[in-house]
Design a protein around this ligand. Structure first.
Ligand SMILES: C[S@@+](CC[C@H](N)C(=O)[O-])C[C@H]1O[C@@H](n2cnc3c(N)ncnc32)[C@H](O)[C@@H]1O
Length: 279
């Protein structure tokens, strides 16, 4: 149990899409002064050293964030590159920020952050990164349970990021059950669910369950680096967003073809931007 460590994958093509969507949503939330809550149910370690043994075992970041950095003239990547640059020395790329470190760059004094992480080592690292940011609470607790306990947040405005490692097959159905419960308590929240495509049937089932769940206003963004295959591990990944900010779909319509060309030059068209359920 809990054998997944995000340090092996930080900055890969899946993180790129996930964190670009995250930044677009956070940029939308800070347009108004009204406070919001950021809830990260599976937070990871917060910050990753790209020179570490784990990062370099397969070196996934080289086909992810490293390729984006090579395209730093691309205006669509500006906010994302800035978020990564802000955790690095002036030149070079030594660190990659996880979702909590990216989100914390957007939190203003009136906002709150809630981070859940079960793995003892990653929890300890994560806690160290936030000891001086008192508006952010870090808990070594099951994020699915922790989430429900926080809803609805006092601010009545917020983003919930659900990014499980899917080590357990049940996670695919657990996420739908938890989303349903969460949306019942906090219907106006923005929810972003990450998923990997390892076996396409699992994602087809996840999409079907969401379509039939009664939840409204659901948009899916996906990027693949190879055609579906049950033998190659993860070939695509995506973010499913409930109550997406109104301009997210059109931004991702511009972003996804560019991401396809940069991250998957041999199969640039394996992306999706689809409405699973209308408003
Ligand atoms: C994919 S990683 C998170 C990456 C992070 N969200 C990011 O984008 O930088 C998933 C994390 O969830 C943790 N985890 C697994 N099951 C959990 C649970 N039930 N509650 C909270 N954390 C869990 C794992 O230890 C792992 O660090």
């Amino acid at each position: 149990m809990l054998s997944y460590r995000h340090a092996y994958h930080a900055g890969n093509y899946a993180d790129v899409l996930k964190h670009i969507v995250l930044i677009e949503i956070l940029a939308h939330l800070v347009k108004k002064d009204k406070p919001f809550d950021y809830i990260d149910t599976h937070a990871g370690a917060g910050l990753y050293h790209l020179g570490s043994e784990q990062s370099n075992k397969v070196g996934e970041y080289r086909d992810g964030i490293a390729r984006i950095f090579e395209q730093s003239d691309e205006p669509l990547f500006e906010s994302y590159i800035n978020a990564v640059r802000s955790v690095n020395p002036e030149t070079g790329m030594t660190y990659y920020p996880g979702s909590p470190k990216i989100a914390s760059q957007f939190l203003r004094p009136q906002d709150r952050g809630w981070l859940f992480e079960l793995h003892p080592t990653d929890f300890a690292t994560l806690s160290q990164h936030f000891t001086h940011q008192r508006q952010v609470k870090v808990a070594q607790q099951d994020g699915f349970q922790g989430l429900i306990g926080l809803l609805p947040p006092v601010s009545r405005r917020g983003l919930v990021v659900i990014d499980p490692s899917y080590e357990l097959k049940e996670d695919y159905s657990n996420v739908v059950r938890v989303l349903l419960k969460a949306v019942k308590r906090f219907a106006t929240g923005i929810y972003a669910l990450w998923y990997p495509v390892v076996l396409r049937e699992r994602i087809d089932a996840l999409e079907r369950e969401l379509r039939e769940s009664g939840i409204r206003d659901v948009q899916l963004f996906e990027l693949g680096i190879a055609v579906d295959s049950s033998e190659r591990g993860m070939t695509s990944s995506g973010m499913i967003v409930i109550n997406p900010p109104w301009q997210l779909k059109s931004t991702m319509d511009k972003m996804l073809p560019v991401l396809g060309r940069v991250l998957a030059p041999e199969t640039p068209n394996l992306w999706r931007n689809e409405t699973l359920v209308e408003e």
